[in-house]
Design a protein around this ligand. Sequence first.
Ligand code: ADP
Ligand code: MG
Length: 273
Amino acid sequence: MSAQDSLDPKLRVRGATKIYSTASGDLLAIDRCSLDVHAGEIVAIVGPSGCGKTTLLWSMSGLHGLTAGDVLLDGRAITGPNPEIGMVFQDANLLPWRNLEANINFPFEIKGTKPDRLWIDELVHKVGLEGFGGRFPRELSGGMQQRAALVRALSFKPSVLLMDEPFGALDAFTREEMNRLVEEIWLETRTTIVLITHSIEEAIFMSDRVIVMSARPGRVANEYRVPFPRPRSLEIMATKEVFDLMNAIKLEIVGDQKSRFGHAASPVAQPAQ
Ligand code: ADP
Ligand code: MG
């Protein structure tokens, strides 16, 4: 690989614009969003509810098209679902009539390909679901269902993992456990990850960069580097640096919303460059 190759982004979003046609007219969801994600990077996207985060992520996955702009994976335009890209949603989306093992096998059945048993067993072990293969989703807690969704997303060995508020419905303790689990998996696989979250703390714990989107129509408003070493211990997460970064991002999001309601925007700390 040449030096140039390693500098080319894994995932490149250029001028992504999406207009939904609705009963009450056209709705501009995201407007000229551009961002690069490099191989092995974890990027978190935060922003007010309804600002187009999910719209942007679905565009990255090829699950829906853009009105303008494009998304490139390794320099090639994404025009539909791609096996290089794994997805985890807020709901685990497990099929209720299939047990856990059959759920994990489902995408392989659809594609008519053979699952890599060794790799899946390793993933199941890593997420702590060994021995639960015969259980049905209703017999599993929310956290366990998300663990299964994570195994399913990683079972294809995707080079990119896209996650849309994956742990938003879990209690705070389970959520932290899941964050540590993803961090552990990332430390081993270095999968490129884009994570949408409404928790700024989660964004800082997980990512190398936090991208802040403005209120709808969503635009990339700012980006903050997260310079803390991994694994990110409780001690690191309790430092003043983390606290300051968290507040800077929070103020930016709140400031953006305030200015829309006619109040002066709060001063925002300068992002680390
Ligand atoms: P977020 O994930 O940041 O909450 P979304 O991407 O879900 O935002 O939505 C952005 C805007 O687009 C919202 O106003 C939402 O109501 C609208 N929207 C999302 N999906 C559709 C759709 N399929 N059809 C029409 N409008 C949509
Ligand atoms: Mg969303």
